[in-house]
Unconditional design. Structure first.
Length: 1180
């Protein structure tokens, strides 16, 4: 009698149905002498720590529970036998103990054995009511199911005794010495009852009826067997007045014609005590209640004569005693003896011709469930009737007619609102039935929902096989059904095996396949936590049950299996493929997807469901993922498989390190804690098995390689899952967050690098893998060191710089950019404008050393761009010009000139002009000394310019517009600008004049330029002007260059700015020479014009000069210089202009003289007036 042993291989195994068997007791000594071959269990009842088992040997076995040993992992109690009781019987029969009815509220028990009813006290089953003799009875029960069984009833408990000719309501109470009769109802031969308040549904051997036990009214319902013939010479109404089993049956029998029974058969009054309980005459019955008017009860307004109809008639012939209908606790019982003579031996037991046993159960307070059928092996039907006798709901179909039937659960009413805090409970009906599978008859428990429409519950019908019998062993009717099912008096607390083990978190080491066999050493902290997790999870498996089932010498609890265990069983069934040596396909995917889909929209109602649903989702997602690995080896993954697996993974929150361990490409990115990965216990075995197969051989069905068709699909799925997990950063509920997110970032980075390998070079486009890669790196990763290694490995230098930038490692950023600019391979090719990007970055950093180092490097590489680092006034780090020049001279000498140009031309800092002139001059002279072509080019420009017909641009504009793309040419243009004083700061000349005449050493420059005076004519002109050698400068302008406009400008400005810069001529207006000096210079120019070789040019230039600037010339001197051979027309303009000026000056003189006379007159008049006004003054 060790309940911990499970003799049945199905017991304790995971059941996919809503119920599972849990061992209660086994190896029961059914017979005192040890020979139990012909003894079977007929009924079982449990109350508290007491177990009562009735046998076909007419014995009651009383067992007492011994609490389990605390060290016992199963936690199952044991039972020891306390007594073996043989209830008294009036007549020996083969039925044995038929019923055990416990009445805990009054500490009494009613035992029906071989149609003999006895009363006992609980829990030891000592005889109760010693003065009361056993009573002939066919059924006992009818306790009001609306009253809670745990409620203490001071007034006792009312039960229904089904006697041969009537039903008797009896009250049993501790305060009564004997049971007290309440009333009799004239309806005999009842075999099953169920009562709700004043209404009871009863059944005889043929049909069901609905009773009002207070008003003693009855509504006939429908027969048990649809082929059962009506009895001969029935007592009661004609057959046609009995209602059919359709919903259109009459709800009132007042119109049915029937002969009333004789008044002598009228039931006893309510104040009459039971005659068989004569030992307690002092027990006075309560006064009879006044019956309510018959018409006042809808559906029960039948005449009083019909309220006591009996069915079947007592005169029916008995059936043979060997009827095969035996085999369950609901046996055909002989009719009870006459009430008035209990001591007389009863007549032989009557067996009804129908072999179908009636079943009456009540799932709700207003409904009864009844069974009907045709034969034991034919399908049975369950029908619901309400308290009005109407058929409600839909019918329930059973595989065969049930031999036992119970209902469990309150049921879910979708039309009613659930109160806050209430947990809905599914309603199930369980039946012991038989079904034929091929040539095998299976006996078991069929379970289905009663609280939903049958059409909706078809897929929820389950069958738990207990016994299988081949046809050769005999027909099912010839075999005794030893399987029993019963609902006990009150629920008992139990624990569901396997819940704790499946839902407890356990450590999983995936670092190497060898560590997954479970042989590795478990550290003390790990073992401690696993123990705590197991203890917690086992508490989730605590439940209660009121259902017991028995078979052979064993009794089991029938425990409602949580939805979590049902779904897990379905997943285990789908995992059958993993038992084979090789997996080439994954045909059970649909079953796994069905399990996952069943969880959609389900909200957890309990802590068990909250944790259990998470476990199921993770297990289903892992199985689907493993299936994809198999599928990816042979073909590209279909969209449906990809989509469903992705949905499952995103909903399950499975530790990503588990999945990554199955991808050899990125498996090395997994970071483990000291305690490994914590997964659910039910998930650990399949992970270990799959990982073992991954490492068994190179041809593993789970190995993922780049050459496989579905490789990219798997990586895309992994990418989506890792991104989903990455969004969980910062969640405090995630254990091992450091290891998980380090793994997630490293793996995601690795996956994106693989996916982006074949993308064309260039900047990332919106929504691309490259953009996603940049976003991941730019937002920071938790695996910095590993990320650096990966990016270096895949040669993604620009992405690496973004990683450094997020960590604010400016030195590494610019160092990486330097590598890219220097030509090191960057696979992505995103750093397209590297030098400019580097310059902008250096202007934003605050590290002086970085700016100095990499600014100098950039200036040496690209002087024009590099000097902007030192010249930008808006940079975070700035340098003074002297500091910048010193840095550039040391690190980037070629950039010094560019920086000086910036200072002189950009910043207008003229103090650096002399140094810049030296750079320009050196550059030009070096080119001229080394290049004959350069010298020829300069000479050619002079000839070309002189050949231009007027009007022509100035020489400066000419050489600027026709500049050669050469550094020395640009240097010469800048040199001319500086030498000619073309820079201006606030209207002042940039090249200051010294005591020697210039701000630079003119003599030294003249000496340097002298060997190239033919090539550098403009430079010589400027230097002559600086040395006040204006006559020579004008000569070179006229005869060397042929730039007449510049020559005129030279005369006007005195050579102070021969080549004006950005400020224009106005910049040197304040430096213009005096008019006398200008006249002198114009005199030099006139002589040079008159010396031109070309007569035409000589005449045109001279005439134009005199006409435009005649005011600066003396007529006499001009006329002396003009050749006599020239026509007067050439200088007529000059002469006319000069004469007009003389006339104008003479007129101005006359007007001035007249005005002065007028002023004198006015002044004299004012003096006279003032004198007169003051009068004479005598001084004295």
């Amino acid at each position: 009698m060790n309940p911990a042993r499970d003799p049945d291989p199905q017991v304790g195994a995971t059941e996919s149905g809503p119920y599972t068997r849990r061992p209660l007791i086994s190896d029961i000594p059914l017979s005192a002498d040890g020979d139990a071959s012909n003894v079977r269990i007929t009924c079982v009842e449990v109350w508290g720590e007491n177990l009562y088992i009735g046998t076909s040997a007419a014995e009651i076995l009383h067992f007492v529970q011994i609490p389990p040993d605390p060290s016992d992992a199963s936690g199952q109690p044991t039972y020891i036998i306390a007594s073996r009781l043989q209830p008294p019987v009036i007549q020996q029969a083969e039925d044995g103990v038929q019923q055990i009815l416990l009445l805990p509220t009054v500490n009494k028990a009613c035992i029906l054995c071989n149609n003999t009813l006895s009363f006992y006290s609980l829990p030891e089953l000592s005889p109760a009511f010693p003065r009361l003799k056993p009573l002939n009875c066919v059924w006992v029960g009818g306790i009001d199911q609306n009253e809670p069984s745990s409620r203490s009833d001071q007034d006792g408990v009312i039960i229904m005794l089904c006697l041969k000719t009537r039903i008797r309501l009896v009250k049993i109470a501790d305060s009564l010495q004997n049971p007290h009769k309440i009333r009799d109802i004239e309806l005999g031969g009842c075999l099953a009852t169920s009562r709700r308040g004043d209404f009871a549904c009863v059944s005889d051997a043929h049909s069901y009826s609905l009773l009002d036990v207070v008003h003693q009214q009855r509504i006939p319902l429908f027969p048990i067997s649809s082929i059962d013939e009506p009895p001969q010479n029935p007592v009661g109404p004609p057959p046609e007045t009995w209602p059919a089993q359709s919903r259109t049956q009459s709800r009132s029998v007042s119109s049915a014609g029937a002969d009333p029974r004789p008044s002598s058969t009228h039931g006893h009054g309510r104040s009459t005590s039971l005659g068989i309980f004569a030992t307690s005459p002092e027990s006075a019955a309560p006064p009879e209640r006044s019956p309510r008017p018959l018409s006042g009860r809808y559906g029960f307004d039948a005449p009083e004569s019909l309220s006591r109809m009996q069915s079947p008639a007592p005169a029916r012939s008995p059936a043979p005693s060997g009827s095969p209908e035996r085999g369950s606790t609901d046996k055909a019982l002989p009719p009870p003896p006459q009430e008035e003579q209990p001591q007389i031996s009863p007549p032989p037991s009557i067996k009804h011709p129908s072999i179908l046993r009636p079943h009456v159960v009540s799932p709700t307070v207003s409904e009864f469930l009844l069974t009907t059928g045709t034969a034991l092996t034919d399908p049975g039907v369950g029908m619901f009737v309400n308290l009005d006798g109407d058929v409600v709901r839909g019918t329930i179909e059973f595989s065969s007619y049930p031999s036992s039937l119970v209902v469990d659960g309150k049921g879910i009413d979708l039309s009613a609102s659930t109160a806050s805090g209430d947990v809905s409970e599914e309603g199930y009906v369980l039946a012991v039935v038989q079904r034929k599978q091929g040539d095998v008859w299976e006996t078991g428990i069929e379970t289905q929902r009663w609280d939903i429409d049958p059409g909706e519950g078809v897929s929820n019908k389950t069958f738990m096989t207990i016994k299988s019998t081949h046809d050769a062993e005999g027909t099912v009717e010839d075999q005794k059904l030893e399987l029993g099912l019963r609902q006990i008096v009150s629920s008992v607390d139990l624990s569901i095996p396997g819940v704790g083990e499946r839902l407890a978190l356990t450590s999983l080491n995936l670092e190497s396949p060898q560590d997954n066999a479970g042989n590795g050493e478990v550290t003390s902290p790990t073992a401690k936590r696993e123990k705590e997790e197991l203890e917690f999870s086992r508490r989730l498996g605590n439940t209660s049950s009121r259902l017991v089932t028995w078979y052979g010498s064993e009794v089991h609890w029938l425990v409602k299996s949580p939805l979590v265990m049902q779904l897990d069983a379905r997943l285990e069934s789908a995992l059958a493929d993993f038992q084979g040596a090789k997996i080439s396909s994954f045909p059970s995917r649909q079953a796994v997807e069905a399990v996952f889909n069943d969880l959609r929209g389900l909200e957890s109602r309990t802590e068990l469901e909250f944790i259990g649903f998470a476990y199921i989702r993770q297990k289903a997602a892992f199985i689907m993922f493993a299936g994809l690995l198999v599928e990816a080896r042979h073909q590209a993954i279909i969209d449906h498989s990809m989509r469903t697996t992705k949905e499952a993974l995103l909903a399950c929150d499975l530790d990503p390190r588990v999945l990554l361990s199955f991808l050899p490409v990125i498996r090395n990115e997994v970071v483990y804690s000291k305690q490994g990965i914590w997964v659910y216990g039910g998930l650990k075995p399949i992970i270990q098995e799959t990982l073992k197969r991954l490492g068994d051989s190179e041809d593993s069905e789970f190995k993922l390689e780049e050459s496989q068709p579905g490789f990219i699909d798997i990586l895309q799925l992994t990418r989506a899952y890792l991104l989903h997990w990455r969004r969980k950063k910062g969640f405090g509920s995630i254990a091992d967050a450091t290891e998980i997110f380090s793994t997630v970032d490293a793996a995601l980075l690795h996956v994106l690098l693989i996916l982006d390998k074949d993308t064309p070079k260039g900047p990332a486009t919106a929504g691309s893998i490259r953009a996603e890669l940049n976003a991941v790196v730019g937002s920071g990763v938790d695996c910095f060191d590993r990320a650096v290694i990966l990016l270096e490995q895949y040669k993604r230098l620009y992405v690496l710089s973004r990683l450094y930038h997020h960590r604010k490692l400016s030195s590494r950023v610019v160092q990486t950019w330097k590598r890219i600019i220097s030509g090191e391979e960057d696979v992505g090719g995103e750093f397209t404008d590297g030098e400019h990007e580097l310059r902008r970055y250096l202007s934003k950093t605050r590290d002086t050393n970085i700016v100095k180092e990499y600014g100098t490097w950039l200036a040496a590489r690209n002087p024009k761009l590099g000097v902007q680092v030192f010249a930008d006034d808006h940079s975070k780090v700035t340098f003074t010009p002297s500091e910048a020049l010193q840095i550039l001279r040391e690190g980037a000498p070629d950039a010094v000139k560019e920086y000086l140009e910036f200072l002189v031309f950009g910043k207008k800092q003229t103090q650096h002009a002399n140094e810049l002139i030296s750079y320009y001059l050196t550059n030009v002279l070096d080119e001229l000394s080394s290049s004959e072509e350069a010298r020829s080019t300069l000479l050619q420009t002079y000839e070309t310019y002189r050949a231009l017909a007027p009007p022509k641009p100035t020489y400066k504009d000419f050489i600027t517009d026709n500049a050669i793309p050469s550094e020395w040419w640009n240097s010469r243009l800048r040199l001319l600008q500086l030498l000619g004083g073309g820079l201006d700061v606030k209207g002042t000349t940039t090249i200051t004049t010294t005591s020697t005449g210039t701000g630079y050493d003119t003599a030294a420059l003249m000496e340097q330029l002298h060997p190239y005076e033919r090539e550098l004519v403009p430079e010589m002109i400027i230097l002559h002007g600086q040395q006040q050698r204006h006559e020579e400068a004008v000569r070179l302008l006229v005869h060397g260059l042929g730039d007449f406009d510049t020559a005129i400008r030279y005369c006007l400005l005195g050579g102070s700015s021969l080549f004006p810069g950005e400020a224009g001529p106005s910049a040197v207006s304040s430096q213009r020479p005096s008019r006398v000096e200008q006249s002198r210079l114009f005199g030099f120019l006139l002589r040079e014009f008159l010396a031109l070789e070309s007569v035409t040019e000589r005449v045109e230039r001279t005439g134009e000069l005199l006409e435009r600037f005649g005011a600066w010339f003396d007529v006499g001197e001009v006329l002396i210089q003009i050749p006599d051979s020239w026509s007067i027309d050439i200088v007529s303009g000059f002469i006319i202009q000069h004469l007009r000026r003389l006339v104008h000056e003479r007129a101005e003189t006359s007007i001035t003289r007249a005005l002065s006379g007028a002023v004198n007159l006015k002044t004299s008049a004012e003096l006279t007036e003032r004198t007169e006004a003051l009068g004479s003054v005598v001084e004295g």
